[in-house]
Ligand binder design. Structure first.
Ligand SMILES: Cc1cc2nc3c(=O)[nH]c(=O)nc-3n(C[C@H](O)[C@H](O)[C@H](O)COP(=O)(O)O)c2cc1C
Length: 175
């Protein structure tokens, strides 16, 4: 059984991450969810705890054991997928910032990482965001999408998160 860390950051597409979590569990993966604090504004940790059947990490300091979760999970994880990935978390990962549970985990785990960005097209086209994405691609991070289409704020263009089924297609060979 493969251990998958599902990182959820604070975008409206966080609701789609619940379906992805369910699909990963159904595919036989041991799924551990790390949410940013902002992600909890969109979807509750309870949903992910129920769908993953594992505790959900939402903070760095409320740790259940002597070993911090960001290190313990990095030792166990086979792959990590961040969906949705905000412009903010992409920027933090690209620049080595660890100021919450998810970004700190990403400082310890960087070998098999899949990133599914989701954001407003203007954010996606921002040169700073594009530079951060290019940096991560160069380091071997695999990007899944985004796709063109309508995003939740009403705009149209590149920035829509890929559907969970499409993300699963790419993850399945690694499970
Ligand atoms: C209603 C709402 C929807 C948002 N959707 C997105 C989004 O889809 N993508 C994104 O990059 N930021 C989005 N943001 C902005 C992020 O929540 C904000 O940049 C936040 O700091 C991200 O934090 P995190 O990366 O730690 O989760 C949204 C904000 C609000 C209020």
């Amino acid at each position: 059984m493969k251990t998958v860390v599902l990182g959820v950051s604070g975008g409206i597409a966080a609701y789609k991450a619940a379906a992805l979590c369910s699909k990963l569990t159904q595919a036989g993966a041991d799924v551990h969810v790390i949410m940013t604090e902002n992600a909890t504004e969109f979807v509750t940790p309870l949903s992910f705890m129920t769908l993953s059947r594992n505790p959900v990490v939402t903070g760095l300091f409320n740790i259940p054991e002597w070993r911090p979760e960001h290190v313990a999970l990095a030792d166990r994880a086979d792959i990590a997928v961040i969906a949705p990935a905000t412009a903010n978390i992409i920027g933090k990962i690209a620049n080595g910032i660890g100021d919450d549970a998810l970004s700190t985990f990403m400082l310890t785990f960087y070998s098999k990482v899949f990133i599914a960005p989701a954001m407003n097209p203007r954010m996606y086209n921002n040169p700073a965001v594009q530079e951060n994405i290019a940096k991560l691609k160069e380091r071997g991070f695999q990007f899944i999408g985004p796709e063109a289409g309508h995003v939740a704020c009403g705009a149209a263009g590149m920035g829509r998160m890929c559907e969970p089924d499409k993300i699963m297609e790419i993850l399945l060979p690694h499970l």
